[in-house]
Design a protein around this ligand. Structure first.
Ligand code: NAD
Length: 486
């Protein structure tokens, strides 16, 4: 059985990439496209303990040489990788569109270029680090930032290429060697990233990709004591397993987890803009951790808001993600479609009001209609749990205090979105929201140097900018007794 998949005419190796070469496993797992579930795209190597061991051998051996290069010595590799991504944007977008179902235009224009920017930004940021020197208590002091060792990076299926590069870039820039384990539901762009790293001339073992099932090779990787950092994005359930492994090896880990973000609309807001953005939460079929899935609208403008919201939601087009007219991609997998449908069925049965949608769009396809639910109360399951599909809830509030109380009433705390015409309110409510990132009158605009992460059930630690470099580094302070050396 060939391990090479041919996706839209592009060859994608299905093997692991370890120690600078392709390595296979005896077993494989099937890959299907959410755009057409009828036949497999091919089979990808299903890693096991032996694969994890091989990858850790390679990453451990490569670490001293990579770390010794220093940030400025490593930067050209990251920059060459960024250039290689730019040169292959179209191919990456076409493969990821078919593998993960994401809209091809959005991949080409936004997500893949952001992957290249991640590498450039970290080449620059790591190189700009200034060691601290000072004199005190008769000693000269220096703070030194060192790479920590092999880092295991585990990513989810929903924006695989962009999310992987966001995590791989700071690890490599900080001097760590990397083993990337992409999600088994969308494993292909990681394999392309390995090809590009190879083309960019990374020394063997510095960047490795291991394919396979989370509970198998993922669990084997995080349990190995040679791992010195674990960076994870995915669900809170998996984070618990990984956290236990990290605790056992005493290794720092970051966890970027799910969200249940509020989207607050105050009466003084530009209702048109707020409604457009609210209906935009259906983009990517709601498979976005940062999405504002709980619409919270001030009572006095609820009717006017809803009228506009429905007009925008009516314009959403479910269809083939390769077609530029499509705005809503399919859900990733039949299991996930069933999970999303299950939430809505339980809501219906429990007495929540389905205001729009609430159905699978097309027999045989993986699209679910853009759905709006008025919950019977704030404890309803659809309000409290992440659905990760095109399902929003609608609630009203009387005043700012109640808006904040409702917004902060889930155990998640990843993102918050608010619409208001008042600068003072944007600042006040922005500070009051229990969330790692808040947008006022916009969404998803990010400076790569800003911290990123969640509070509560949405995660541990911060990525982005120097925060990610700090996470991936060991800091050392060196004291030399003055007057004893020349
Ligand atoms: P998941 O937790 O099921 O899987 C994520 C990754 O973990 C996959 O690569 C999987 O193979 C691996 N894995 C599973 N079990 C493992 C184990 N025991 N040991 C090691 N690895 C294991 O998550 P998912 O369903 O792929 O992704 C969806 C979730 O990710 C949602 O909750 C979403 O909100 C979250 N997410 C968060 C962010 C963020 O930045 N906060 C971004 C995107 C997605």
């Amino acid at each position: 059985m060939s391990r090479t998949l041919v996706i839209d005419g592009i060859r994608v190796p299905g093997e692991h990439y370890v120690g600078g070469r392709r390595v296979d496993s005896a077993a494989g797992f099937e890959v299907r496209s959410p755009l057409d579930w009828s036949a497999p795209l091919g089979w990808v190597a299903r890693g096991d303990r032996v694969t994890a061991d091989l990858a850790l051998n390679a990453a451990t051996q490569a670490f001293p040489g990579w770390a010794a290069l220093g940030p400025k010595g490593r930067a050209p590799y990251l920059e060459r990788l960024a250039a290689a991504i730019d040169a292959h944007t179209d191919a990456i977008a076409r493969v990821e569109c078919i593998d993960a179902g994401l809209l091809q235009e959005s991949l080409r224009l936004r997500l893949v270029p952001r992957g290249a920017r991640n590498f450039r930004a970290y080449a620059e940021l790591a190189s700009a680090y200034q060691e601290r020197h000072w004199s005190s208590n008769g000693t000269s002091n220096t703070v030194i930032r060192m790479g920590a060792g092999p880092a295991v990076i585990i990513t989810p299926w929903n924006a695989p290429f962009m999310l992987s590069t966001w995590k791989v870039a700071p690890a490599l820039a900080a001097g760590n060697t990397v083993i990337l384990k992409p999600a088994e539901w969308s494993p292909l762009s990681a394999s392309l990233l390995a090809d590009l790293a190879h083309e960019a001339g990374f020394p063997p073992g510095v960047f490795n990709v291991v394919q396979g099932i989370g509970e198998e090779v993922g669990a084997a990787l995080v349990a190995d004591e040679r791992v010195r950092r674990i960076s994870f994005t995915g669900s809170p359930e998996t984070a618990r397993h990984i956290g236990r492994a990290a605790a056992s090896s005493i290794v720092p880990f970051t966890a970027e987890l799910g969200g249940k973000g509020p989207l607050l609309v105050f009466a003084d807001a530009d209702l048109e803009a707020a409604a457009r953005k609210a209906a935009g939460q259906y983009d990517d079929s709601g498979q976005v951790c940062l999405a504002g899935t709980r619409l919270l609208v001030e009572e006095s403008v609820a009717a006017a808001f809803l009228e506009r919201f429905h007009a925008f939601a009516d314009r959403q087009v479910m269809g083939d993600s390769r077609d530029p007219r499509t705005t809503m991609a399919p859900l990733i997998h039949p299991e996930h479609l069933a999970r999303v449908a299950g939430f809505v069925e339980r809501a219906r049965a429990g007495g929540d009001r389905i205001v729009r949608g609430g159905r699978i769009h097309r027999e045989g396809g993986l699209w679910y209609e853009p759905t709006l639910i008025e919950p019977r109360d704030n404890q309803a399951e659809v309000v409290q749990r992440e659905i990760f599909g095109p399902v929003l809830t609608f609630q009203t509030f009387r005043d700012e205090a109640q808006a904040i109380e409702l917004a902060n009433s889930t155990r998640y705390g990843l993102s918050g979105i608010l619409y208001t015409g008042s600068a003072a309110r944007a600042d006040r409510v922005g500070r009051a929201l229990r969330a790692g990132v808040v947008w006022a009158n916009c969404f998803l605009i990010r400076d790569l140097t800003a911290p990123f992460g969640g509070v509560g059930y949405s995660g541990i630690g911060r990525e982005g900018g120097d925060y990610a470099l700090d996470f991936h580094s060991d800091l050392k302070s060196l004291q030399v007794l003055e007057g004893t050396v020349r």
